[in-house]
Design a protein around this ligand. Sequence first.
Ligand code: AHR
Length: 504
Amino acid sequence: MYKLVINANKEKGHINPEIQGHFSEHLGRCIYEGIYVGENSDIPNTNGMRNDVVAALREMKLPLLRWPGGCFADEYHWKDGIGPKESRKKMINTNWGGVTEDNSFGTHEFMELCDQIGCKTYVNGNLGSGTVQEMSEWVEYMTFDGVSPMADLRKANGREKPWKVDYFAVGNESWGCGGNMQPEYYANLYKHYQSFVKNYDADRKVLKLAVGPNENDYEWTETLLKECFKSWGSRNNNHGFMDGLTLHYYTVPTGVWDAKGSATEFDDKLWYKTLAKTLVIDEYIAKHSAIMDRYDPDKQIGLMVDEWGTWYDVEPGTNPGFLYQQSTIRDALVAGINLNIFNKHCDRVKMANVAQVVNVLQSVVLTEGDQMIKTPTYHVFKMYSAHQDNTLVESSIETTKIGIEEDFKVPNLTESVSKDADGKLHITITNLSCEEAYGIETNLVGSVVKSVKGSIITGKMDDKNTFDDPDCVKIVDFNGAKADGDKIVFDIPACSVLHLEVEI
Ligand code: AHR
């Protein structure tokens, strides 16, 4: 029996719903086909947005969507994507397959999409190839409620009222595709550009994000904090120059970018290697947070993991520039592990966005023509939505190291526990073993269990949903948990992600 100890009275912080955010990029079939099919499509749509996809994302409680990139963001010129569609400028999507981007999905369409989903908005500005004026005018166009050149242009394009932009990032991966910059150079540019990202409405503040590190680039974090973090306290009702710093980390099973490994064909060695490479983010978050704590001990700004997920070789026969990949139970484990880690760091991690929402990397839905399927990752997000807006409580679990290769051993179990507004506890546990079930005895310190109900995602390690078999992997009831006083006892099967809702 592995012991899970929970102390519901020890509250550890608020779980921002944005921790379960998503990312939509002009990449492959994410926006076009996957989300936006146009008003005249035979595929059922509302103002051009696929009804099936929007309904699935609403059901999953998608809290926040990032757009338009990624690398695409730093070559996106927003004025090309407004006004009559037939006269919108066409461009080359140089990062993703060199295809023609016709700009038929632009600012108005993104805002319409978020409105239909009912989620917060995260717009990524162009620092790499755009001007300060262009960035400044975009924010004015989207958020100014009054008479101004950009507000008037927005109204002329059919939108009277400004939208709410919840987050705005100044560039993307400026250390890489966004301009190959040194941290000092980016820090100066960031301070310059963000000065012109204005807050026109104090009650509808745009939270500003600076490009943060790649993986374990601690020097980048140190420089950005040193140069750009400034606590202005209440004087300006904001946190100096930035409200958050981003972090990107992808799980690449082999660790070799030219041969990342197949999404669906893998052995137990690669199973554990993938999970081990996922768990590394815990250390990265802890170390970046420690640097942030020195400059920002009051945790005024967040670490936003705005790109994460598995990255495999593309599906055979598909455009290599489109990054289309399938998804298995292994991805469900990666999602569950990551979301447990983010929960545990909720004092600093205020947002995270899995890449990308439809038809790209660790997507939650895949489409083919008028068909749509939900991936195993979808079901994990739906399950973990029970944590949104809750309070993280203290918990710890006994574990043992499992795996095949010494360098890629992993703990057999991960967990996180939160308390919702009604006082119910939500326990999520992942079993990382691809063959062994484990008995778990949960001890709720100082509480008596009134009732427990559970749900689980489980299967063989390479089980997946396909267009022929869309429900192979899904959430099913779990009736194996028995409550007795302050204890709950159950067995968690191999390859599973489990949720227990506990009334105390
Ligand atoms: O998600 C695919 C790409 O990965 C993004 O465009 C970029 O930001 C990152 O390198």
